[in-house]
Design a protein around this ligand. Structure first.
Ligand SMILES: O=C(O)c1ccccc1NCC(=O)[C@H](O)[C@H](O)COP(=O)(O)O
Length: 223
């Protein structure tokens, strides 16, 4: 697989140091840590902020769901995060205030959760793309669900072909070795793919052999 021509890879929901170091040696581009207490992948149940801070990697990403600004900025500082993934319903005002309190080199990913393929969803996607594009660095499209993320379900990717996406984006939501080739059907290719529950033995315990296989495979037509 020619990694230069393929979308980058983010592995999300990491909780085990040995797996994290293995993923770093495989040149994984983004490492996702979930700081949402209700997630079965809540990282602080398994690793301390100090342990996360000692992981040296430029793609350390913290996932937050409707979290208080003070808590996010404290965690970013203590864990040495490089990117923040806002996975809840954070408003534009919230992001403006958050950015004022963060170091300017922290990258922000705004998540757009997609449920039904209907006009209400289309309107919400359109609104979010337009109103957040000047304040964040990337968008991430994920499947909507009660748990906010980690649903293991794919949304209707053809919806994305209806929009001019103004920023590079991460594609997420139930990505597996079975559906990843369908990226070829997207007009605007993702900057990165985000894999999680389809590459796990159980929540937070990654199936490294399956991830290795993905790295060896070349998703058809993704370039
Ligand atoms: O994974 C979780 O448990 C989770 C819970 C709440 C918010 C976000 C969460 N995950 C964030 C991610 O970036 C996941 O990779 C993304 O939701 C896709 O997960 P999956 O559908 O399991 O591939």
């Amino acid at each position: 697989m020619n990694r230069n021509q393929q979308p980058k890879i983010k592995v999300c929901g990491l909780t085990q140091l040995n797996q994290i170091h293995e993923l770093i040696s495989m040149e994984t581009d983004f490492l996702g840590f979930i700081f949402y207490e209700k997630s079965p992948r809540y990282v602080l149940d398994r690793l301390s902020l100090e342990e996360i801070s000692k992981i040296s990697h430029p793609g350390k990403t913290g996932v937050f769901v409707n979290e208080a600004i003070k808590k996010i900025t404290d965690i970013v500082k203590k864990a040495g995060l490089k990117l923040i993934q806002l996975h809840g319903d954070e408003s534009e005002d919230f992001i403006i205030e958050l950015k004022q309190k963060l170091h300017s080199d922290v990258t922000i990913i705004k998540v757009i959760r997609i449920g039904n393929n209907d006009n209400e969803t289309r309107e919400r996607i359109k609104y979010t793309l337009n109103s957040y594009c000047s304040m964040v660095n990337y968008f991430l499209f994920d499947t909507d669900g009660k748990a906010f993320g980690g649903t293991g379900k794919q949304f209707d990717w053809t919806l994305l072909n209806e929009f001019d996406i103004p920023l590079p984006y991460f594609l997420s939501g139930g990505i597996s070795e079975k559906n990843i080739d369908n990226i070829s059907l997207l007009n605007q290719k993702p900057f990165a793919v985000d894999i999680n529950s389809k590459f796990e033995l159980e929540p937070g315990d990654k199936d490294l052999e399956k991830i290795r296989k993905l790295y060896r495979k070349s998703p058809k037509g993704t370039i």
